[in-house]
Structures are given as C-alpha cells and as structure tokens.
Design a protein around this ligand. Structure first.
Ligand SMILES: OC[C@H]1O[C@H](O[C@H]2O[C@H](CO)[C@@H](O)[C@H](O)[C@H]2O)[C@H](O)[C@@H](O)[C@@H]1O
Length: 321
C-alpha cells in the first residue's frame, strides 16, 4: 500500500520519501542513542535539512552515530530545528478586542479569559517558508498557499479536523480572512491529492481525518455570505465526497429487514508503521510473529489515526484498566 501521491523534488535532492526514509533511520538511531525516556519519535521526522547540508552526507554520517553526544553533534550539523520551516505570520485581521466579540458574555472574568484565548491566534498563526515549495526534498512539511494555524507544541503542521475547530474559533474572533485561508489551504490539498490529508506532512499522505471541509465552507458562508468561496470550493467538495464513498471506504451493511446500506469507514492506505510513531508501532508489532499480522496491525493503527480518535480511552478494554 502506497500513499496516493508523491511529490517530485528538485533534481539531485531526492523527494519527500527519500528524506523521510533518512529521517526514520535518524529516529531509530536517536532511540538507541538517547533511550526511551521522554522520547518523541515525531520530532525526528519533522526535521528539515539545514541550509547547505547535503542529504547523502547526512546519510553517511549517521552510520557513526552511537552516543547521545554523537547524536547531538549530528543533528546540529545536518538539520534545522523542527518547526523552523514554518515562519511566524501576524494575522492582519487580528484585533486585540474585535468589535462585536462574544456580545452575550457579560461576566468580566469570562470575557478576560476569552480574550486570552483569542490572543492565541497570534501565537499559532504561521506561513509555510518558501523553501518548502522550492526544495521539497529537504522538508517533510508540505507547501500550502495561505496562512496556517497549527495546533501547537509537537504538532507543527496543519491538521484536517483540528481546522474545523480553528475555523469556528476564528469566526468568533471575526478573523474572516484567516478562516478563509485555512479553508482554501484544505481545498488546495484536495486539488493536489484528491482528499484532505490527515495533516500537511509527507508522512500523512496515506490517510485523511474526519471529513469536515464542507462544514467549514458552510460555517464561513453563514458568517460572511461569501458565495465566491462556495463556488471556488465546490469541485473539491465533490471530489472529497467521491473519495469517501469510493470502494476504499465503502462498506455495505444489511439491516434486520434485508435492506442494504452503504456506510463509509475509516481505512488508511497504509500497512507499515506510522513514520511519526514508527518506533512505538514497531515495538507493539514485535509481539506478533507473521508479516501478515504485523501489516494488519499497522493498517488498523493508521486507520484509527484516520478517525482522529487516536488513541483515547475509547479504545481501551475496561477489564484491563
Ligand atoms: O491535534 C492534532 C492531532 O493530534 C493527534 O493525532 C496526530 O498525532 C498522531 C501521532 O503523533 C498521528 O498518528 C495522527 O495521525 C495525528 O492526527 C490526535 O489524535 C488527532 O485527533 C489530532 O487531530
């Protein structure tokens, strides 16, 4: 199973997948060198190559990395920090206290808290650095045309269903232009890949997330009456709908009266460890003996991630808690 799409990079630099392969080897080497305590495998697949650093040279140097000190020197030499390929972008439609902000909230404490939350947009708004589109073989981040809002912390990229809540919040904050950018970024992903990716990283091209793009367009339309946006998005909404009702996701269910219903289920196009959590997935699969059983587990983990509910207590058996 392969992801739906692979971007081709500038000549000689390799593509997203070539870099991702190296970063997964860095991730495994980092686990060996640093140990499991506080280890976040996602950090390593988010690293962009440092300006001027050569991927093949990094690959060769990795072979001699064994200690923590080796790893620190190696990372400083060949990689820029995770998240540095997103640049800060002050949203021009941000106002410290927008006119008409939460008109029904009278409590002073509640308003002060809401304004603190509102101010977070300035911390979370970014633009994708131009190098990401110019030299895709140096980044696992994917280019997006407009301003982005990231979840924050270890999540240094746009996520699909998070964007729904982001858009709802931006509308409360009267940041209509930023909200429109968020939606058009997702429309761009549909145009490029045929569906909205789980997130805007090359390692998320094998699955989507709960399909909320049409709801975002609707919310924006209700708030602004922007029919142009609806027209612009419509072909992508149809394309996305086709993705979700296609053979990949479709399942036929027969009810008690013998009537057949078509449902769409989460189903990732992937049967390997998730690159952003590969060390964790591999350890889990190590308890299984056959390749087929491992592939089935990897596929199910990625499909659970497509549901967006990875991995909350709803997946846990009560009798083992
Ligand atoms: O807030 C962003 C998302 O965070 C969680 O999932 C993401 O991280 C997982 C591993 O680090 C990854 O496998 C998954 O595909 C990502 O979406 C959360 O479970 C998501 O609901 C949320 O959108």
């Amino acid at each position: 199973m392969e992801p739906a799409h692979a971007h081709v990079a500038a000549a000689g630099e390799g593509d997203h997948d070539t870099l991702l392969g190296l970063l997964q080897r860095v991730q495994s080497a980092a686990l060996r060198a640093l140990g499991p305590h506080d280890f976040d495998p996602k950090l390593y697949v988010d690293l962009p190559l440092a300006p001027g650093a050569d991927r093949a040279a990094a690959e060769a140097a990795l072979a001699s990395v064994t200690t923590r000190e080796d790893m620190e020197t190696f990372l400083a030499r060949y990689f820029a920090s995770a998240g540095s390929d997103l640049v800060e972008a002050d949203p021009p439609d941000f106002e410290a206290e927008p006119r008409g902000f939460l008109p029904r909230v009278a409590s002073r404490e509640a308003r002060a808290w809401a304004l603190e939350v509102h101010a977070l947009w300035k911390d979370l708004a970014r633009r994708v650095a131009p190098d990401v589109a110019a030299r895709p073989g140096r980044h696992t981040l994917l280019p997006l045309p407009g301003r982005v809002v990231v979840p924050g912390s270890r999540f240094r990229e746009v996520y699909y269903w998070d964007s729904y809540w982001v858009v709802r919040g931006l509308l409360v904050s009267k940041m209509y232009d930023t909200a429109k950018d968020i939606v058009l970024n997702l429309v761009y992903l549909v145009e490029e890949y045929g569906f909205v990716l789980n997130g805007a990283r090359s390692y998320y091209t094998n699955r989507s997330q709960p399909p909320l793009l049409s709801s975002m367009v609707l919310e924006l339309y209700k708030a602004t009456g922007d029919l142009g946006l609806v027209r612009r998005s419509f072909p992508s909404l149809l394309k996305e709908h086709n993705f979700w009702v296609s053979e990949l996701h479709n399942v036929e269910i027969m009810d008690n009266h013998g009537r057949v219903h078509n449902l769409s289920r989460y189903q990732a196009m992937w049967n390997k460890p998730r690159p952003e959590s590969a060390t964790i997935d591999e350890e889990l699969a190590s308890k299984l003996n056959s390749t087929a059983a491992k592939e089935k587990l990897y596929h199910q983990i990625a499909s659970a991630a497509e549901s967006g509910w990875d991995f909350s207590s709803r997946w846990m058996r009560l009798d083992v808690l």
